[in-house]
Design a protein around this ligand. Structure first.
Ligand SMILES: [Zn+2]
Length: 143
């Protein structure tokens, strides 16, 4: 399952506590350091990830890292023969924990950092800008 901070009352603040799928309380928190992996339509490269450190990275630093990964993906995707419209974007992390020390199935549980570490509208704009450079069609909608 994907814990999506866009659902319901969550907004852009990475110190936010989210709903834990094990104890059903708002005790899930992103770790201060970790890795974010991005994908489009479920596709990603092995370079489609970046490390973050919330004690050091400014929002501008995070945006820069995100844009670099989007550029990297577009440079790869533009070579595809039959390009599907990019509709589904995900930026997920396994670097979170429940303050109740719940045993979370990290293999199947990820947190979406869209809405947490990044604003959806900002990411959408970045994707559209970088995709346009290669005539790649996008129709990114909120998860
Ligand atoms: Zn919990």
């Amino acid at each position: 399952m994907i814990v999506n901070p866009l659902v319901g009352r969550y907004s852009f603040r990475y110190n936010l506590c989210m709903y834990c799928p094990v104890c059903f309380q708002d005790n899930l928190k992103l770790r201060s350091t970790g890795v974010v992996k991005i994908s489009f339509n479920g596709k990603s490269r092995n370079t489609s990830l970046f490390p973050y450190n919330l004690t050091k990275d400014s929002p501008a630093d995070l945006d820069k890292k995100m844009r670099e990964r989007i550029v990297d993906f577009m440079n790869w995707y533009r070579e595809f023969q039959n390009k599907a419209v990019l509709e589904k974007f995900e930026a997920l992390s396994s670097d979170f924990q429940c303050t109740n020390n719940c045993k979370i199935d990290y293999l199947h549980t990820k947190i979406s950092v869209v809405g947490l570490m990044f604003k959806f509208d900002q990411i959408k704009k970045m994707i559209e800008e970088e995709a346009q450079k290669h005539n790649i069609e996008t129709k990114i909608t909120k998860a």
